[in-house]
Design a protein around this ligand. Sequence first.
Ligand SMILES: NC(=O)c1ccc[n+]([C@@H]2O[C@H](COP(=O)([O-])OP(=O)(O)OC[C@H]3O[C@@H](n4cnc5c(N)ncnc54)[C@H](OP(=O)(O)O)[C@@H]3O)[C@@H](O)[C@H]2O)c1
Length: 324
Amino acid sequence: MSPASPSRSVRLGIIGTGGILDRFLPGAALSTPIEVVAIASRDPDRARAAAAARGIPRAHGSYDDLLADAAVDAVYICLPNSMHHDWTMRSLEAGKHVLCEKPYTTDPAEVDAAHDLADASGLVLTEGFMWRHGPHALRFVEELPRVGELRTIRSTFTFRLESEADIRLGAELAGGSLMDVGTYCVSASRLLAGREPVAAIGIAWPAPSGVDDRFSGVLDFGDGLAATLTSGFRSQHSSIEAIGSDGSLRLDDPFAGRATRLVGSDGFAVDVPRVNPYQLELDDFAAAIGGEGPPRLGRADMLGQARALRALYESAATGRLVRL
Ligand SMILES: NC(=O)c1ccc[n+]([C@@H]2O[C@H](COP(=O)([O-])OP(=O)(O)OC[C@H]3O[C@@H](n4cnc5c(N)ncnc54)[C@H](OP(=O)(O)O)[C@@H]3O)[C@@H](O)[C@H]2O)c1
């Protein structure tokens, strides 16, 4: 890799021009090793407009053109969910490191195929669960022993969808509330449980397009530990609670980098400083590219996510408990 500037050592290309960039780019600007050098759209005019509006030097009128750009070391894929795996494979084949938005997939075989290719090519692949890099997630895990023997993890992530034309309602784009925001609840449940679920039950309430407008599920982690989760597009709430033999621990608004205070039922409360989670995600990605160690979210984590999501959807579709 030939760095574009001494301090910005990873030249990043962005694939997609959507709403996430309003949140992602301020974080990228704060990440010292990251230099955003190019953006690609399916439409050349949209690529030029996005590059001009966001101060990105080069615009590519197709995703393939960006992958052929030798001055791009790594890509950030922020496309609809159905396109994540395909464009990750194409990016790895083009020799680019990949940070792909969540959820990567519901198919564990796709996770393995992508990581096999990344490993064989000496490239880094990670999934964009930026909240996992934030100090609140790390502190929650540290403080978890306060609750005693962990029995229940309860998490909810819902928001009011503004447009019925949103990609999140597109069946062919792998939309759905569990895919979009419930996937954070799955991530939180797995993180706090410290292990993978052994069974799943799900109920989906469909939107007219067929995707789940709302989803509720239970993940059984064995040894009496269960996680309940709810996602949806018609209300506004986000929280995680861990409930144990000695009390509980709660974090409001944990997933979007806005959380402030971790609160315990025993009177414990701590204000954890906010740090831009996209910056931390990119710092972690760049460190892995620089050979400092694996990314925080590698193959094992991505497999755990895919397996749990698939089991929840399978249960909702069949009305049966699904063993993992
Ligand atoms: N981690 C987070 O905080 C976070 C937050 C929001 C979203 N996300 C994830 O980021 C991804 C994109 O979300 P978004 O909110 O940015 O979506 P969006 O605003 O709808 O943008 C999606 C982009 O994908 C491209 N695209 C390619 N094929 C498309 C198709 N058939 N239909 C629609 N768009 C298509 C479009 O760019 P061009 O047409 O210009 O190529 C479009 O701008 C999703 O996977 C989502 O889960 C993550």
